[in-house]
Every structure is written in C-alpha cells, then in structure tokens.
Write a protein that binds this ligand. Structure first.
Ligand SMILES: [Zn+2]
Length: 393
C-alpha cells in the first residue's frame, strides 16, 4: 500500500513539473528577445535606449546582471572603456543589487578605470575591495599591475608584504620583490646615489638569488670603481642564466677598457670558455685569439665543432671573419671586435620568450604581456635565416 502512495505522489509531482515548465520557457524567451533588443541599441551607439531596456530587465530578473557584467568586460577588451564604465556604473546605481554582485561590478569598474588610464579611481576601488576576503588576492594582483604601470614601487612592495599567497600574477613573490627593489636601485643610480643603489641591489639579490637582474646591476655599478667585484658579479650572472652569456661576455670585455686587471679578466674569460653548458660565443673566441693565444682559441673552437649545425655555422663565419680581416689582425682587440661586429651584429635584440615581443632594449617587464624576466638577448645574426630557430631546436 505504502509503495502505491509513494508512486502516486511521484507521478503527481512529475505532472506538476511538466505542467509549469513550458510556461517558464515562454517568459525566458520573451525576456531574451527584449535583452537582444537592448543589446542592439547598445551596439548602434543608442546607449540611452539600451539602458532603459536593460534597467527594466534587471528589475524583472537578476540573471541579466551577470550578462551585463560579461558585456562590460567585452567592451573593455575591445578598448571601448567609456562604454564599459557606463555599463558597470549603471549596474551599481541599482539600489537592489546584492552585495556579492555589487562587489563584482565594482571590481570590473576598477579594471575599466585602469584600462582607461584613470589610475587614482581604479586604485581607490581596488583598495577598498581588497578588504573583502573573497577579493583580496584578485585586488592585490590588479593593484600590482597598476603600480607597475605607474612605477609606484614602494606601494607595490607593500602589497607583496600584505599578500599571503606565494605567487602573484604568475610570478613568485620573491621574484617580484627582487625586481621592484631593482627598479628602486635604478632610480638611485640615475640620481647618482651610487651607494644607495648598491645597497638596494644587494637586498634584491638576497631575496631572490636566482634573479639575474641585481647581478647585472652590481656588475655595472662596480665597473668603474671596483672592476674586480664587477667581474665577480658578471661571472655569477653567467652561471645564473646562460642565455645571457653573449650579452655578459661583451660587458666583461668592456671592463678591459677601464681596468688594469687584464689578467683577472682573462682568467674569467678562460673559465667561461670551459663552461660546457654554454653555447659558442664568437666574441669570446676573438678575445682568446687576440688577447690570449691561438692554442686557447683553437681548443675553445674544437669543443664546439660538429656538436650541432648552428655552432658549426657560427664558428665557420667567425673563422672566415678573423682570417680575412687583415687590418684587424694588426689592430688592437677593440678594432678587431668592431670589424667583427660589422659582419655579425649591431647589438642585441631582446625577444620575449613568453609572447615573442621584440625590442632593442632589455625590458625586464615585457610591455606586451606584462611578464617579468622573460626577455632574452639574441643577436641580429641569430635571426638570419632562422639561425635562432635552429639553435633552439
Ligand atoms: Zn612578452
């Protein structure tokens, strides 16, 4: 008997469900048609009419709020910041908006302000919103992006200290802190406050010993006052990032111009030439050949010959350059390197390994994809006929 009652109740419930379902569907469709009419007005720059419809719809059903948020985000992506701002501000003007949706709209509005370059207004909203636990990390991430644009490094460091998360914006907190300190160090250096610059770079190096930047900074800062220390930092830098070896070897060779420590520099160059992890460095070969002796140079070349096609290609070009250049043979090494450069490269191009952005200057923060430490130096020669590509395969 009891089974019969249960089955009957279940059947009645199913019947009620199907009886009401079609009606619901109809309302939804009517509502959607109205929504698309609004959307159409918006796309045709008839914002006032669009907002009338949207506002009316929002009174009917709160689900449009999410669609509004999506639409606002879409406008921001398209670069139409004023429209995105209007949509989000319009949402926020609704007195019945739930707290969670209000926070979401505020978060989006702050992003609009950032994109539109209204940094003060963006910062204010993100700061207030970061008090809420749900939004703290997202707001910290956005605030860091904002301080990176406005170069407000002290505030950026404060955010790092506040955040509990290990990673922010896909970077470790230590790496970010290290770069922010390096930025401050650069400012000191530009203001001729060398001692302060050195202190801050050393702090940066301590926080993230695997970040290349402070080593290069200290190498540069010491290059005139203490070439021996400069050399130590440059040598450490090569150990940290072999991709920078050609770039750093040039800096080391430049030290010979202002230094009387030529023996120390030769020792460092020989040590680098023995590092099997590094790829062939034409400048290093030229230096060994003209400042050292032929044995050193040829044993350096031999190690790379036939290891891979790319190294062979570079080596043959290097040998051809050094043999054919008679003037260079009788000139000091600087002239030799200069004539060599005419053939090989006009300095470095920096290629972002994250997004492929190319630049003539080393950007520690990629202006295209906002990633730190992603740019690597390549020579113009590396780019010829896909030489760079081959080297990486
Ligand atoms: Zn990039």
């Amino acid at each position: 008997m009891i089974y019969f009652v249960v089955a009957a109740v279940a059947l009645i419930l199913i019947a009620i469900y199907y009886y009401f379902k079609p009606e619901q569907k109809v309302t939804k469709n009517v509502f959607n048609a109205e929504y698309y009419r609004g959307l159409n007005y918006l796309l045709n720059n008839k914002e006032d009419r669009a907002f009338k419809i949207f506002t009316a719809l929002m009174d009917v059903d709160s689900s449009t709020i999410e669609t509004h948020l999506a639409l606002g985000g879409l406008y921001r992506k398209r670069g139409e910041f004023d429209k995105a701002i209007l949509i989000h501000q319009n949402l926020l003007s609704r007195p019945t908006l739930e707290k969670e949706l209000k926070n979401q709209a505020l978060y989006e509005l702050a992003k609009d302000f950032h994109s539109a370059g209204l940094y003060d207004r963006s910062e204010k909203i993100f700061r207030n919103l970061s008090e809420s636990n749900t939004y703290a990390l997202s707001c910290y991430e956005e605030l860091l992006k904002l301080y990176e644009v406005t170069k407000d490094w002290d505030k950026a460091i404060n955010i790092i200290n506040k955040s509990d998360s290990v990673e922010i914006n896909n970077h470790s907190k230590d790496l970010l802190m290290s770069h922010y300190l390096c930025e401050i160090s650069t400012n000191h250096h530009e203001n001729a406050e060398i001692e302060r610059a050195v202190v801050v770079s050393k702090k940066s190096l301590k926080i993230s010993p695997t970040c290349l930047r402070p080593y290069l900074q200290l190498g540069t800062y010491y290059s005139e006052t203490d070439p021996k220390r400069s050399l130590q930092y440059y040598s450490q830098a090569i150990q940290i990032d072999g991709d920078f070896s050609k770039y750093i070897v040039k800096k080391i060779i430049n030290l010979t111009k202002s230094s009387s420590h030529n023996e120390l520099i030769m020792d460092a160059i020989i040590e680098i030439s023995n590092d099997k992890k590094l790829s062939f460095i034409p400048e290093l070969y030229i230096y060994l050949l003209y400042k050292g002796n032929e044995d050193l140079a040829s044993s350096y070349v031999k190690r790379y010959h036939a290891v891979n096609d790319y190294d062979d290609f570079i080596i043959n070009s290097t040998l051809a350059t050094s043999e054919n250049d008679d003037i260079a043979k009788t000139s000091p090494v600087d002239n030799m390197i200069n004539s060599y450069r005419k053939v090989f490269d006009k300095g470095f191009i920096f290629l972002c390994s994250n997004c492929g952005y190319k630049s003539n200057v080393l950007n520690w923060l990629c202006p295209s994809c906002n990633s730190w430490s992603s740019s690597k130096p390549i020579t113009t020669f590396d780019l010829i006929d896909g030489g760079y590509k081959n080297a990486r395969q």
